[in-house]
Design a protein around this ligand. Sequence first.
Ligand code: SF4
Length: 336
Amino acid sequence: MLISQLRDHLRALGAKPAHEQRILRAWLQGQPLTAGRKKAEDVLPLAVRDALPGIETELTALATLRSSHPGEDSSARLLVGLLDGQTVESVLLPRDGLCVSTQVGCAVGCVFCMTGQDGLLRQVGSAEIAAQLVLARRQRTVKKVVFMGMGEPAHNLDNVMEAIEVFGLYGDIGHKNLVFSTVGDPRVFERLPQGPVKPALAVSLHTTDAKLREELLPRAPRLDPAWLVEQAEAYARATGYPIQYQWTLLEGINDSEAELAGIVRLLAGKYGLLNMIPYNTNEGLPYQRPSWDKARAIARRLTEAGVLTKLRDSAGQDVDGGCGQLRAREKEKFEP
Ligand code: SF4
């Protein structure tokens, strides 16, 4: 189900825009759909009132908790079941954050990512993205949503933009606390500035070498990293939100002197920061995690050279749940 279909349905039942917004607000904030009545004129039309219990049941069924895997850093990975039996992962992040999935599988096929191994299985509908937020809010407070789970948001742009719009307008999430994460796609730079809610932007760079990028992200759009940074910089200046550049650090692959020089060349003086995430070693994939000391030394050098670099661990790593791993494990259980 799409959020637009839910809205059309409510309108067809006689809901006024104020009713519709109130119902969306109640849903996204994890309250009963009838919540929010303050004045006599707030009374919902009878047809809407009669339909709400059924709608509530349908919305609740969109995303159900299959399993929860708490990590030591107060993160928790959630394996979320969708109505057709597919699963995606959401991650409760420290400091009231939530990471949601936008696709089942992913077509970009990053060679170091479990999600990319199966290709794209299907899009996650806008209401299913919203249902991940509602499910998470039943576990704890959520004030920030990052679209960084399974999938490439740019490949499911209509659904993601619809979710961003309602999260920002009715979900009580500050616009700069909505983070659209992409490997880079020209459509992102066309669409994001036009929406009523402009999210912050994270760009997965991983390398400054266009040739190596084609190998690491085989089905990402063929974009020159310098062009990508230029577009991201323009968006950052227009919105006032710094860009988060993501860099999965792979031992012996993208940690060379040439790469560090490339990072300084592209990012020094830019309105952004570099999140460097040492790769989570993954059985079945041939990549290695660099030592924490090495990663720390790289981050320090880059910061000294004018690129603010934060070293981050991928949340929930201690529960063996890097992006796509929970789903892969679950699949193994049922398809040995
Ligand atoms: Fe897709 Fe992200 Fe995995 Fe790349 S890292 S394959 S973009 S889910």
